[in-house]
Design a protein around this ligand. Sequence first.
Ligand code: SAM
Length: 190
Amino acid sequence: MKNKELLKDLKEYDRFGKDKEISKEISKEIGVSESVFTYGSTPYETALALIKSVNKKPSRFVVVGTSIGWMNFYWNEIYPNIPSLGIDIHYGRIEFGNSLIKKHKLSNIELKVDDLYKFSFKDTDLIWLSNCCFDTNENAKIVNDIIAKNPNVSIISYKPFDSSVRSKVTRHSLAVSWMPLQPFWVYDTK
Ligand SMILES: C[S@@+](CC[C@H](N)C(=O)[O-])C[C@H]1O[C@@H](n2cnc3c(N)ncnc32)[C@H](O)[C@@H]1O
C-alpha cells in the first residue's frame, strides 16, 4: 500500500480490548457464533493480485464483513474513481474504519453497519466476501442467492463455489495474516 500512514493506522487497531466485548454483545443479541468475529487481515499484495485477476469492470466494489475496512482502503487507492462500500455488523470496527476515512480525508469510500442478509447487491458489483469464518453450508446458501438474484456479479471468496458455476471460477493461493497460503476462489462473469 502506498499510503504508509494509513497502513500504520490500520495495523494499530486494538482487537483485544473493546473489540472482543462488542463481538460478545452482538453474538448474544443476534444469536450467532463468536467465531464469525474472528479478526484477521489480508495483505495488500494478496488483495491486489485477486482484484487484478478480475476481468469485470464493476460500478461498485462491495466488501461483506469488511471489519475495519482494509479491503475498501486498498481498493480506494487502486481505483479511486470506483465507489468502495464496506458493510459489517460489528459497529466498533466500522466506527474505527470511519475515523480513518475522516483522518485521511478520503472520498468515494463508505463503511457502514449493515447485515449481509438485509443488503441489496447489484448486478454490476464486484463483491469481496470475507467469508472465511462463515459456516460452509450457510455460506453456500448466501452465495447461491446472490448469484441467482445478480447473475452478472463477480465475487472474490475465501470459500469455494458450487460445482455448477465451476466454469466461471479460478482458484488462487495467496498469503494472509493467519496462514502462508490461503486458497481463494474468484467467480468472474466477464
Ligand atoms: C473474519 S472477519 C474478516 C477478515 C477478513 N478475512 C480480512 O482478511 O480482512 C469477518 C467479518 O464478518 C463480519 N460479519 C459476520 N457476520 C456478518 C453479517 N451477517 N453481515 C455483515 N458482516 C458480518 C464480522 O463482524 C467480521 O468483521
